[in-house]
Design a protein around this ligand. Structure first.
Ligand code: NAI
Length: 264
């Protein structure tokens, strides 16, 4: 079928790599790029899920789609992935560093091991992606775009999410620094900052201690305030494509995130 939608064929001929693509926002983003005519490399540590994403992306309209099983926090594995992708598929035009894990718990309930786990994936995963694939883009000299999934948590302090929010604030600043560094080379960098989105992360994040209840109440208050319910990952995916097309720096997504960004 002919591609339809706002970005029909906009990414034809481009190679797009999305991490955390086995589920939620990453899977929806892989599908959106597929619909827009891109070749898609879907990356996740969940082998089965990522293979399914690649299969569906091809059905949706990607001229080609591959699934690669990689842990983004593993630097060597990311280097191997970059080599393989460059050799077999080409240099990536758009990189979406989206893989992430949730973790809640008050500051003193959060162990050093918890901090390490969250920072390893949410921050180091993004650093590895930017360093390794960003370097390939820069060396090629034909521009490109990097999208990092931060969060409204990056500019909205919460007693219940200290480690997660810190990791996302770091991703936001990293994105802005890298954007300044790469601007002269035609490589854009965007930070996507969604508020609450209906995915696995919101149901599987570890809720530790008393803050679980408080966090639920906070989310309920936000829902009432902004009338948000079940914000779909597909809408975040559309914002990702928009950020690339318009070369936007920081993109708050969901009414709650836009409100928090304005007040930050
Ligand atoms: P999700 O849990 O549905 O998807 C996350 C994906 O990342 C999963 O497929 C998981 O297997 C993968 N992943 C986790 N650790 C990995 C690793 N070390 N290596 C490779 N893949 C790994 O959750 P969702 O919501 O789609 O999350 C995507 C991104 O959006 C995350 O960075 C998250 O922090 C961010 N985000 C989500 C929000 C929400 O309310 N759902 C709000 C704001 C940001």
């Amino acid at each position: 079928a002919a591609p339809t939608g706002r970005y029909a064929d906009r990414f034809a001929g481009q190679l797009v790599l999305v991490t955390g693509a086995a589920s939620g926002i990453g899977r929806a983003t892989a599908f959106a790029f597929a619909e827009a005519g891109a070749r898609v490399v879907a990356v996740d540590r969940d082998a089965e899920g990522v293979a399914r994403t690649a299969e569906l992306a091809a059905l949706i309209g990607a001229p080609a789609a591959w699934g690669e099983t990689v842990d983004v926090s593993d630097e060597q594995a990311m280097e191997k992935l970059a080599e393989k992708v460059a050799t077999e598929y080409g240099v990536v035009d758009v990189l979406v560093n989206n893989a992430g894990i949730g973790l809640s718990g008050s500051f003193f309930d959060t162990t050093a091991e918890d901090w390490k786990k969250v920072l390893d994936v949410n921050l180091w995963g993004v650093i590895h992606g930017c360093r390794i694939f960003g370097k390939q883009m820069a060396d090629r000299g034909q521009g490109g775009h990097i999208v990092n999934t931060a969060s409204a948590a990056a500019f909205q302090p919460s007693k219940a999410l200290p480690a997660y929010s810190t990791s996302k604030a770091a991703v936001l600043m990293l994105s802005e620094c890298l954007r300044a560094e790469l601007a002269g080379q035609g490589i854009g960098v965007s930070a996507i900052c969604p508020g609450l989105v209906n995915t696995n992360i919101t149901s599987t994040a570890r809720f530790a201690g008393v803050d679980a209840e408080e966090e639920k109440r906070r989310q309920k208050r936000s829902s009432r305030l902004y009338g948000l319910r079940n914000y779909p990952p597909e809408k975040v995916a559309r914002a990702v494509l928009g950020a690339v097309v318009r070369n936007q720096a920081v993109v708050p997504v969901t009414p709650e995130a836009r409100g928090a960004h304005l007040m930050s």
